[in-house]
Write a protein that binds this ligand. Structure first.
Ligand code: SF4
Length: 291
């Protein structure tokens, strides 16, 4: 553990790993780590991207409007909204913003799938990315997005194959015995939820069984690039799910989380990534050649 007793998760003040963390490792692992250590303010481009995601989400997503008071309430809301997203997928053939969970080497994993589409009785995973200009110049520009969508496919596949189930989730998130706040329960009753569903256990059991019951997951994964300035789709790429590739990438990524190696900066041929990086010349001087 690099001579320190602190785990990497502790150092970064995290309890689990997200799919975005893993993806960012394949852009620049050092940048991913520095983001947690220094928490820089979001850039204008990031804020614009977040607003576009919200607008897309608003089209087919029904949020639970009852106010949450406790961590258990928030967990319930996530499961309820996932459940409604899966219902939308069935009724309208599209569902957005599905939280997904899993575990790897004893680490908890989570992520949020942008979109699911139902076509020819298969479920397609879609990942939305906003860009200022689509760089069609090859792997370094899309590699991390491919890792991210393959990871979603793997996590969803694990749930469908019951390799990660309600029982795993319940144990890690300590669902048994958790109670919802009285105000939240009152709010849920007021929107018509029956008493039998008013517990974390029943809601998550229902969510997991819905996730297991969706039609077959497609191995064609779609990444949709949208221009941040005019909201037009500038590229749509389809990648084929590759179990061997994602297994290899995860094995490499986990070396960092297990503390077996330090965060890696970009390689020299990709040092063009450094110029727009907020840490360049500040907290990171790997490719910095002057003041
Ligand atoms: S300056 Fe370059 S190597 Fe350093 S964190 Fe940023 S992108 Fe990575």
């Amino acid at each position: 553990m690099n001579g320190s007793e602190q785990t990497v998760l502790e150092k970064l003040h995290k309890s689990g790993i997200t799919a975005t963390d893993i993806a960012t490792q394949f852009w620049c692992e050092k940048q991913m780590e520095l983001n947690y250590l220094y928490k820089p303010a979001p850039t204008k481009a990031m804020e614009k991207g977040a607003r576009m995601h919200e607008a897309w989400q608003a089209k087919v997503y029904v949020p639970l409007t009852v106010e949450t008071r406790t961590y258990s309430d928030v967990l319930f809301k996530i499961a309820y909204e996932n459940y409604t997203t899966l219902q939308k997928l069935k009724s309208e053939k599209v569902g957005r913003e599905l939280m997904i969970y899993g575990s790897m080497n004893g680490y908890r994993f989570s992520g949020k799938i942008d979109e699911l589409r139902l076509k020819d009785n298969k479920v397609f995973i879609v990942e939305d990315k906003t860009v200022s200009k689509f760089m069609n110049s090859g792997e370094p520009h899309t590699r991390h997005h491919i890792v991210q969508i393959m990871l979603y496919r793997k996590m969803f596949g694990d749930i469908k194959d019951k390799l990660y189930s309600y029982e795993n989730f319940s144990k890690v998130y300590k669902l048994k015995g958790s109670v919802l706040s009285d105000e939240f329960v009152k709010g849920l009753r007021s929107i018509g939820l029956k008493d039998e569903y008013l517990s974390l256990e029943s809601m998550y059991k229902m969510m997991f069984s819905e996730m297991q019951a969706i039609p077959e997951l497609s191995d064609d994964l779609e990444i949709r690039y949208t221009d941040r300035r005019n909201s037009e789709t500038v590229a749509d790429i389809t990648v084929r799910y590759d179990v061997a590739a994602i297994t290899k990438d995860l094995a490499y990524a986990m070396q960092y989380w297990r503390g077996e190696r330090d965060a890696a900066p970009v390689i020299e041929s990709e040092k063009w990534k450094c110029k727009p990086c907020k840490f360049f010349g500040n907290q990171c001087k790997v490719w910095w050649i002057g003041g």
